[in-house]
Design a protein around this ligand. Structure first.
Ligand code: FE2
Length: 665
């Protein structure tokens, strides 16, 4: 009787093993085996043999069926198998990736690992299993509208929660708390969490700024008043997404040559022509009703900032207008104004930048988009699809982190609503406005930088590292997908792929053609660019806007989450006490520090970009490209490390060694 030799591997992680009885059945092109019970207890690998009744083998293996049967006594025991390998009587090896929790008594089918596009999946058993799997997935991964006008999210079954396969590991679950209290305790600030009073001095803030600090956060504390650090953050801080080259001043921001004295007697007009003038316009925040914090009205401005690139290649602010509408009580501030007028103006900009950064650049453009990419992928592509195999590691933990953010951060009672000026009514409006202006161009870093006119700005490390990262990801995606999609027509007739793309257009971009998002992909080149954007957004772009939150934000005067006095309407009245009156209360400050600490903290089961511990592919070519990818990322990491040695502020946010595969925090 012909015999298949097998090895079943269970994931090496907490609570992955089961004591329940496991059964396996092999299904081949020419027949199938009996259902075979596997022996209990060997972990993580269990070796077994399956005899088949046929005179010869059962042909090429198409799929296996796994079943876990609970014993007579509950409770049920969850099981997390990793893979099965089978050797046929003829000596051919077949791989079956699983990487799924099995918690029920049902029969689960898993396809042989060789990736296969829908139009090539011709064996009736294979295509039947494909159809069944997709039916099941579509039931599990459904859309829900959290709020009108923003990307849709995963509909979570109230009773069962998220599907087991996308939940946090027990390790991550145990480590991760999304409540500020955990961060407050780690920063030893819990004693201040209920103090609804104002700060009495900047020194008093310094006294609580002691734990978990880094070289960069201390540098920020020492230099927060400097124009050079203020300018630098528009390029290499946590929100490098607002600045653009300015060749014509906006009509509502009429700065003249006489107003700004540029060193060396340069004129503003000439400097604009030479490409040395830059603008940050926070019009997205205009006309919004600011939140109340501790029962007090807060203030949220929509500033315009003009910056000049000096001959020494520094980006220096030269004019700030805090409200969009020019008027007598809306003065334009200059570095030549009194120390406190200028400092307050910059502080209102930093606070506006915090709101734009958290809601637009961070939440919307990385977290919510990554969720859209993931739900569309998990609901529309079967495991055997090469794109599923390529992208599923880049969806890790995204659905759960976003569900937590919706429940604990931005919900009505969430921390965002209690400590920020854009909480409450403004939050939804900012997200809606940002969604309606989101474009495909802005998600592809090379196009985005070109569109913003920032190609030649010196010392712009977000751009330098981001371009290299984009190109490395692009080569990897080209290598893997180029192996499966030989012709443009392969892309066009892959109905599953097209459903994934359309799902993103409809649920992420709310079917807005003006977003420039593809509704359909026509060529291999278009596919490669699109998938590069998906991986870049979830790994690199998220890291660029996420990882520095504590370093730049923990020194509150550099990033006030809210401000509680209106800005000065005339010059010469501000002093230190008006600055302290304007800053957030003690409780808002320390809660803000705690949240930024938690949101920048790496978890111990972090998977760096380009590491694929779960082997979804069995073919040689994708594995070769994974090795190349890892090698290129390693080289880039060394280059960035060497470059950073010569910098006063090392730029680490796009160092591949510190990037995660997915939006997981
Ligand atoms: Fe994040």
């Amino acid at each position: 009787m012909p015999e298949y030799k097998g090895v079943l591997t269970t994931e090496d992680r907490l609570l992955a093993k089961t004591w329940d009885r496991i059964y396996i059945k092999l299904v081949g092109t020419d027949g199938e085996s009996q259902r075979k019970a596997l022996s209990r207890g060997s972990y993580p690998e269990s070796v077994f043999k399956v005899k088949v009744d046929h005179n010869n083998s059962i042909g090429k293996l198409v799929l296996i069926e796994l079943e876990k049967k609970t014993g007579l006594l509950p409770p049920q025991d969850s099981w997390f198998p990793a893979k099965v390998e089978l050797k046929s009587p003829e000596g051919e090896t077949f791989h079956f990736p699983i990487h799924r929790w099995i918690t029920d008594d049902e029969v689960h089918q898993f396809r042989e690992a060789t990736a296969c596009l829908v139009f090539d999946d011709s064996h009736p058993l294979a295509s039947q299993s494909r159809t069944e799997e997709l039916k099941q997935r579509k039931k599990q991964y459904r859309w829900s509208i959290y709020a009108e006008g923003i990307p849709h999210c995963m509909k979570i079954d109230f009773f069962h929660g998220l599907p087991d396969e996308v939940q946090f590991s027990y390790t991550k679950q145990a480590e991760f708390g999304f409540t500020a209290i955990q961060g407050l305790i780690e920063l030893k600030l819990d004693g201040l969490a209920a103090r609804k009073e104002k700060w009495t001095s900047i020194d008093a803030i310094g006294k609580v700024f002691r734990h978990k600090q880094t070289a960069l956060s201390e540098y920020v504390q020492q230099n927060w008043k400097k124009d050079s650090l203020f300018g630098y953050q528009f390029l290499n801080g946590v929100n490098p997404m607002v600045i653009r080259r300015c060749s014509v001043l906006p009509e509502n921001f009429q700065v003249t040559d006489q107003m700004v004295f540029l060193r060396g007697g340069r004129s503003l007009t000439k400097e604009m022509q030479s490409g040395n003038i830059f603008l940050c316009d926070y019009k997205l925040l205009d006309g919004l009703k600011a939140n109340k914090v501790n029962g007090k009205q807060q203030y949220l401005m929509a500033p315009l900032v003009l910056l000049h690139k000096t001959p020494e290649d520094q980006l220096m602010p030269i004019a700030i207008q805090l409200k969009q509408e020019p008027s007598e009580d809306n003065p334009i501030f200059f570095p030549t104004d009194s120390e406190y007028d200028w400092l307050l103006a910059k502080m209102f900009v930093r606070s506006a930048d915090f709101q734009d950064h958290q809601l637009n650049s961070h939440l919307l453009r990385t977290h919510l988009l990554a969720e859209v990419f993931s739900v569309s992928l998990l609901g529309n592509l079967p495991m055997v699809h090469p794109l599923y195999k390529l992208l599923v590691p880049h969806t890790r933990y995204t659905l759960q982190i976003n569900a937590l953010a919706r429940n604990l951060l931005i919900s009505e009672s969430g921390i965002f609503n209690t400590i920020t000026s854009s909480g409450g009514e403004a939050l939804q409006k900012i997200l809606q406005r940002a969604t309606s202006s989101m474009t495909y161009t802005s998600l592809c870093i090379r196009d985005d930088i070109k569109e913003r006119g920032l190609e030649s700005v010196p010392d712009f490390y977000y751009r330098e590292d981001g371009f290299q990262m984009w190109d490395i990801i692009n080569r990897f995606v080209q290598g893997v997908l180029g192996y499966y999609y030989k012709e443009d027509s392969d892309v066009q007739r892959d109905t599953e792929l097209q459903t994934w793309v359309l799902g993103i257009f409809v649920h992420g971009f709310l079917s807005r053609p003006e977003s420039g998002m593809p509704q359909k992909l026509n060529t291999v080149a278009e596919l490669v660019k699109f998938v590069t954007m998906v991986i870049f957004t979830g790994s690199s772009q998220h890291a660029a806007v996420n990882n520095g939150q504590f370093e730049y934000g923990s020194w509150m005067p550099n990033t006030p989450t809210t401000l509680q006095r209106p800005p000065p309407t005339s010059k010469g009245t501000a002093d230190e006490s008006s600055l302290l009156e304007t800053l957030p209360d003690v409780n808002a400050t320390v809660n803000g520090m705690a949240v930024m600490y938690l949101l920048s903290k790496q978890s111990s089961d972090f998977v760096p970009l380009g590491h694929y511990p779960e082997e979804y592919f069995s073919e040689r070519v994708p594995h070769q490209h994974m090795q190349l990818f890892k090698g290129e990322l390693g080289l880039l990491s060394s280059k960035i490390e060497a470059r950073n040695l010569g910098l006063i502020i090392p730029y680490t946010f796009l160092d591949p060694a510190l990037l995660e595969n997915s939006v997981a925090i």
